[in-house]
Design a protein around this ligand. Structure first.
Ligand code: FMN
Length: 306
């Protein structure tokens, strides 16, 4: 799979997940075989106003590339300015979030709300494209609700305004993260555009990703929740059933965290991520308990080395 001039080593892609797809987790997933990883969504206002917390989220390193940075916002001018700033960063692709269902985002007209306003969405995409030479991708849902499944036309509009690929989460805004994934609409998107299409929604194994590509004709598959505590999802072998191997995976993640962040400042987040390595495995609940009770990063690290 290739996005404009950027070749991907695998069509399996790590989805943007706010609170999770930080630098260490992206590095880990790339090491396990993800062809591309997306940052968490990043506010165009935060970037333009140079907010410290936002700027921290834009950090990338060469060994994780190619990497896609996801922007959100509803003001075409601001989005264009943010795109110009991102173009000077160590980033390969700019993605525009047009699928986030969270009220805090949609009430300001960003995220999935843009699927109700195709003209504004078109302006945003063209303004972002005008301000960068990087490939621009757009992440959408199938529509706003059951009565407005607009993804095929919306994707064509994105292509006509300069997008180099489209990622489609096969649910409407009103479905949130529940209900069935609509792979049929994703197939229709693929038929309606000539740029690459990335399907997304509930894919939880490598084999399921390959099957979804075969069924829909999609060029790639984006995996989100199933990658949490399970970077093996990007490998044909899948998640190990042995506790020792799961521990080794966690240790690798923790070592990357130690190298690239300030772990004691983000302990709650690390506990949450670490605990996920031991879901659905015999003996896992007692390890999870120890992780949640840990009072320092080193305690979790020592546990993973035991
Ligand atoms: C905790 C969480 C955070 C998310 N953050 C983002 C985000 O920042 N940007 C975005 O486009 N989608 C975001 N999503 C949606 C995912 O990228 C993805 O489309 C969705 O989870 C469906 O894929 P999955 O079933 O493989 O998880 C988020 C989803 C979850 C569960």
């Amino acid at each position: 799979m290739q996005i404009k001039s950027i070749p991907l080593a695998s069509p399996l892609i790590l989805a943007p997940l706010a609170g999770y797809t930080d630098l260490p987790f992206r590095i880990l997933c790339r090491q396990f075989g993800a062809g591309l990883c997306y940052t968490e969504m990043i506010s165009c206002h935060g970037l333009v106003y140079q907010k410290e917390k936002t700027l921290r989220m834009t950090r990338t390193i060469s060994e994780e590339r190619p990497v896609a940075l996801q922007l959100f916002g509803s003001d075409p001018n601001m989005m264009g300015q943010a795109a110009a700033l991102v173009s000077d960063m160590q980033v390969d692709i700019i993605d525009i979030n047009m699928g986030c269902p969270v009220r805090k985002v949609t009430k300001k007209g960003s995220g999935a709300a843009l699927m109700k306003d195709s003209r504004l969405a078109a302006k945003i995409i063209s303004e972002v494209c005008k301000n960068t030479t990087l490939p621009v991708t757009v992440k959408i849902r199938t529509g706003w609700n059951h009565d407005s499944i607009v993804a095929p036309e919306f994707a064509k509009m994105a292509e006509d305004n300069g997008a180099s690929a489209i990622a489609v989460h096969g649910r409407t805004w009103s479905q949130g993260f529940g209900g069935q994934v609509d792979w049929q609409t994703i197939s229709q998107v693929k038929k309606n555009v000539s740029i690459p299409v990335i399907g997304n929604g509930d894919v939880d194994t490598y084999d399921a990703a390959i099957l979804a590509m075969e069924k829909t004709g999609c060029d790639g598959i984006m995996i989100g929740r199933a990658a949490l505590g399970n970077p093996w999802v990007f490998t044909p072998e899948g998640i190990p059933t042995s506790l020792v191997k799961r521990m080794a995976g966690l240790r690798r993640h923790l070592e990357i965290i130690r190298k690239f962040s300030n772990p004691d400042k983000t302990l709650a987040k690390i506990r949450n991520q670490a605990g996920r390595y031991f879901k659905g495995i015999a003996g896992g609940s007692s390890i999870r308990r120890q992780i949640y009770q840990a009072r320092s990063f080193n305690e979790i690290l020592e546990l993973s080395a035991s």
